[in-house]
Design a protein around this ligand. Structure first.
Ligand code: HEC
Ligand code: HEC
Ligand code: HEC
Length: 408
C-alpha cells in the first residue's frame, strides 16, 4: 500500500500531526501493524476464500466441534465492519474477547492467544486495519445449537478456560527464546491448532503443543526437545519449513499450508529463528511402546507399500528429502491421532506453493484404488516399519474418514 494512502487514512483518523517526523512515525506504526497482522494470519480466517471474498471482509465459516462460526468484517466499513470501533473497543476485543456492543465473542477467534499482546502491538494492528478500503459485507448467522447460540454462554466458558494474561519474559532465557515464546503463544497462536483441547474446546495445559485436531486434520506434536515431535529437526529445518514451505522432513499442506503461505513465509528470518529456538527447548515424555501388529498384517501392509508407495517414498522409507517426504521418522505418520495420514492417503495432498518453492508437489489420492482394509494395513505397517513405533489403525478409522471426506 502506498505511503500517501496510509497517511491520508491516518490523517482522517486524526492520528497524524503535520510534521515529517510524525508522518514517519505513523508510517512505521502502520508497517508494524501490517507485520503483526501477517504474523497473526488474520487474513486466513477473515477472508471468505471459498467464495473469492475480499481480504479481511470476513465471512469464512470455521467448522468447530460445536458448529460453524463465521469470521467478521475487519475492514473499516461503518455498518458491517469495524469502522465505528475506537482503539479501546478494538483492544478489548483482542484482549478480552468482547465486541463493541459488549457482547461475548466465541473463542474460534483466537483472542485466548492474542490476549498476551501488549497494548502497543494491538494499537499497531488497529492502525493498519484502518488503512484498508472499507467493504460492505454482511456476515451469515452462526450455525450453533442452543444454548451456544446465545453469546452470554461464552462468559461461563471464559471463567473456566480464559485468562487475561500478559506476556512475562523469562529473564533466565535469551532474547530470542523470549521473542519466540511471545510469537508462538501470542500473535502466531500455534497452540490454537497444535495444543490438544478438552471437550469444551479449551486448551489442555498438559497437552501444550503436543498435537491437536481441527476439522479432521491432526496438527502434530511440534515440541522440538527430547522426545518431541520435532526432536529430529534442527533449528534450520524449522525455519526452512516456515519460510520456504519445504523441509527435509515434510511440506505444509492445507491448514498449515495457509499458515506458511499467508503468514510465516512473510515473517523475518530473525522471528522464524526465534520460534524455532523456543520450540527446540520443549522436551516431552518418552512415547509408549506400541503392541506389534501380526505377521500377516505386516506382509499385507508391506506388499501394498511396495506396489503403491515405494516408487516415491523409497524402499527403506527414506524418500527423497525436500520432494517425497521420508516415511521413516515421519511425525505425521506416527502421530497418536492418525487423521492426517489417513486423509493424505485417501484424498492425496498438495504442498503449498511459496515464493521460495513454486513447484507443485503432490501426493496422489488412493481413495479410488485402495479399500479401507488395505489403507489400514499399509498405515499400520508403516507406523511400525524402520524406526517408527506407533499403534495400529483399524479399517473403521479409515471408513470414518472416508465418509467425512465424502460429506465435505
Ligand atoms: C482462527 C481464525 C481466526 C484468526 C486467525 C483471527 N480471527 Fe478474528 N475472528 C474469528 C472469528 C470466527 C470471529 C467471530 C467471533 C464471534 O462472532 O464471536 C472473529 C472476530 C474478530 C473480531 C471481532 C469483530 C466483530 O465485529 O465482532 C476482531 C476485532 C478480530 N476477529 C480481529 C482479528 C485480528 C486482528 C486477527 C489477527 C491478529 C484475527 N482476528 C485473527 C476468527 C479468527
Ligand atoms: C490453523 C491451524 C494451525 C496453526 C495456527 C499452526 N499449525 Fe502447524 N500444522 C497444522 C496442521 C493441520 C498440520 C499437519 C498438516 C501439515 O503438515 O500440513 C501442521 C503441521 C506443522 C508442522 C509439521 C510437523 C511435521 O512433523 O510434519 C510444523 C513444524 C508446524 N505445523 C509448525 C507450526 C508452528 C511453528 C505454528 C505457529 C507459528 C503452527 N504450526 C501453527 C495446523 C496449524
Ligand atoms: C507419486 C509419488 C507418491 C506416491 C506414489 C506416494 N506418495 Fe506419499 N507423498 C508424496 C509427496 C510428494 C508427499 C508430500 C506431499 C506434501 O507435503 O504435500 C507425500 C507425503 C506422504 C506422507 C506424509 C509424510 C510426511 O511426514 O509429510 C505419507 C504418510 C505418505 N505420503 C504415504 C504414502 C503412502 C502410504 C503411499 C502409498 C499408498 C504413498 N504415500 C504414495 C508422493 C507420493
Amino acid at each position: 500500500m502506498r505511503n500517501s494512502v496510509i497517511l491520508a487514512a491516518l490523517a482522517a483518523a486524526g492520528l497524524v500531526a503535520g510534521t515529517a517526523q510524525a508522518q514517519e512515525l505513523a508510517y512505521s506504526q502502520v508497517e508494524r501493524g501490517r507485520y503483526l497482522v501477517t504474523a497473526g494470519n488474520c487474513a486466513a480466517c477473515h477472508t471468505d476464500m471459498e467464495n473469492d471474498g475480499t481480504p479481511f471482509a470476513g465471512g469464512r465459516g470455521l467448522d468447530t466441534p460445536f458448529g460453524v462460526i463465521y469470521s467478521r468484517n475487519l475492514t473499516p466499513d461503518e455498518e458491517t465492519g469495524i469502522g465505528l470501533w475506537s482503539r479501546d473497543d478494538f483492544y478489548r476485543a483482542m484482549n478480552e474477547g468482547v465486541n463493541r456492543e459488549g457482547q461475548q465473542l466465541y473463542p474460534a477467534f483466537p483472542y485466548t492467544y492474542f490476549t498476551i499482546m501488549p497494548r502497543e502491538d494491538v494499537d499497531a494492528v488497529y492502525d493498519y486495519l484502518r488503512t484498508l478500503e472499507p467493504v460492505r459485507a454482511e456476515i451469515p448467522e452462526n450455525e450453533l445449537p442452543l444454548p451456544l447460540r446465545f453469546r452470554p454462554a461464552v462468559a461461563g466458558w471464559k471463567m473456566l478456560f480464559f485468562e487475561d494474561r500478559e506476556f512475562v519474559p523469562d529473564p533466565a532465557q535469551s532474547d530470542a527464546w523470549n521473542r519466540g515464546r511471545y510469537l508462538v503463544d501470542g500473535p502466531t497462536h500455534c497452540g490454537a491448532c497444535h495444543t490438544g483441547k478438552n471437550l469444551l474446546g479449551g486448551d489442555r495445559e498438559a497437552e501444550y503443543l503436543r498435537g491437536g485436531t481441527l476439522e479432521n486434520w491432526f496438527a502434530p506434536n511440534i515440541r522440538g526437545g527430547e522426545n518431541g515431535g520435532l526432536a529430529q529437526w534442527e533449528i534450520g529445518d524449522i525455519v526452512e519449513f516456515l519460510r520456504d514451505g519445504r523441509a527435509r522432513h515434510t511440506a505444509p499442506m492445507q491448514r498449515m499450508g495457509e499458515v506458511v503461505g499467508l503468514s510465516t513465509q512473510h515473517m523475518t528470518q530473525e522471528d522464524l529463528e526465534a520460534i524455532a529456538i523456543y520450540l527446540k527447548s520443549l522436551n516431552d515424555e518418552p512415547p509408549q511402546a506400541a503392541d506389534p501388529i501380526t505377521e500377516d498384517r505386516v506382509a499385507a501392509g508391506r506388499s501394498i507399500f511396495f506396489d503403491e508407495c515405494a516408487a516415491c517414498h523409497a524402499a527403506d522409507g527414506s524418500g527423497v528429502p525436500y520432494i517425497f517426504a521420508p516415511l521413516d521418522g515421519s511425525n505425521k505418520l506416527t502421530a497418536e491421532d492418525p487423521s492426517t495420514v489417513i486423509r493424505i492417503i485417501l484424498e492425496g495432498a498438495q504442498a503449498v506453493p511459496t515464493e521460495a518453492a513454486l513447484g507443485p508437489l503432490a501426493m496422489p489420492a488412493f481413495d479410488w484404488k485402495l479399500s479401507d482394509e488395505q489403507i489400514a494395513d499399509v498405515v499400520s505397517y508403516l507406523r511400525q516399519a524402520w524406526s517408527n513405533n506407533a499403534i495400529a489403525v483399524s479399517a473403521s478409522d479409515v471408513a470414518d474418514m472416508r465418509s467425512y471426506l465424502e460429506e465435505h
